[in-house]
Design a protein around this ligand. Structure first.
Ligand code: ZN
Length: 257
């Protein structure tokens, strides 16, 4: 089995992609003879996308029921991942074979093929050799996430996670809904430092921002004990929270030294 990241780099090189990779996905598909279709499928709300083979024909179907173009882009790259990684199709139905990828598969797939397709998609959309220089020297904050998300035409969440993968600094992203933590990721340097939390801790700037439904303009220093299981008297921790408070969702950035 090909290494997904190496395969994605190979695709970018052999297809001559020089601009924003997200804008080249349709061309890549066309060159491979893959047809594609965007269609809202409200009766299939868990479906994110499909890669379909029928005889010599192949196609990608993107469910646009959730109106989020960045999600559609990532799903498209994910389906290309199944194709280029030559994954063995998972279903056979009336002479049609392929992959049926749920929102969960495309977000944080636990099955090996789904994980591989996601690694492929991340490298295809945000190739390390371009992305790393883009973030070099910049502090980990919303400005960096927003500007790189715009540059690479990906969601802020996908972009934030890519920064965490490549940074040398200890930092973390926590997503929450009405104060309950729904997802958290850390950089390599921060691995094992975060406390096991189910909710945004009280007496933090994040807690106040969510309660008052008012995002922070900048980072605030906070007691590291609130967030970290491991720290020293010299640890300085900073946090910044913004969100779509009308929907109850928030994103908290932590960084420390
Ligand atoms: Zn998949």
């Amino acid at each position: 089995m090909a290494n997904p990241a190496i395969k994605a780099r190979w695709v970018l090189e052999t297809k001559g992609v020089v601009g924003t990779p997200a804008l080249a996905l349709h061309d890549i598909a066309k060159r491979e003879g893959i047809r594609y279709l965007y269609r809202p499928l409200p009766n299939d709300p868990k479906l994110s996308g499909e890669l379909i083979y029928k005889g010599n024909q192949k196609g990608i179907l993107i469910n646009t029921h959730i109106n989020n173009s960045k999600r559609h882009t990532f799903t498209f790259a994910h389906e290309l991942g199944h194709y280029f990684l030559e994954h063995k199709p998972e279903y056979v139905r009336d002479g049609v074979t392929g992959f049926w990828c749920s929102i969960e598969d495309v977000s944080y797939g636990k099955r090996q093929k789904e994980q591989e397709a996601n690694v492929f998609a991340v490298e295809l959309l945000m190739p390390e050799n371009r992305f790393r220089p883009s973030m070099a020297g910049a502090p980990f904050d919303f400005t960096l996430i927003n500007s790189l998300a715009r540059e690479y035409q990906v969601s802020k969440q996908t972009c934030g996670y890519r920064i965490l993968e490549l940074t040398q600094s200890p930092c973390a992203i926590l997503h929450s809904e009405l104060g309950r933590i729904t997802m958290q990721r850390t950089s390599r340097a921060a691995h094992g430092f975060l406390r096991q939390l189910t909710h945004i801790p009280q007496a933090t700037a994040a807690y106040s921002a969510i309660k008052q439904q008012c995002g922070q303009i900048d980072f605030t220093e906070c007691d590291p004990e609130k967030w970290l299981a491991r720290y020293t008297p010299l640890t300085r921790l900073y946090e910044c929270t913004r969100g779509k408070f009308e929907s109850g969702v928030a994103m908290t950035l932590l960084r420390w030294s």
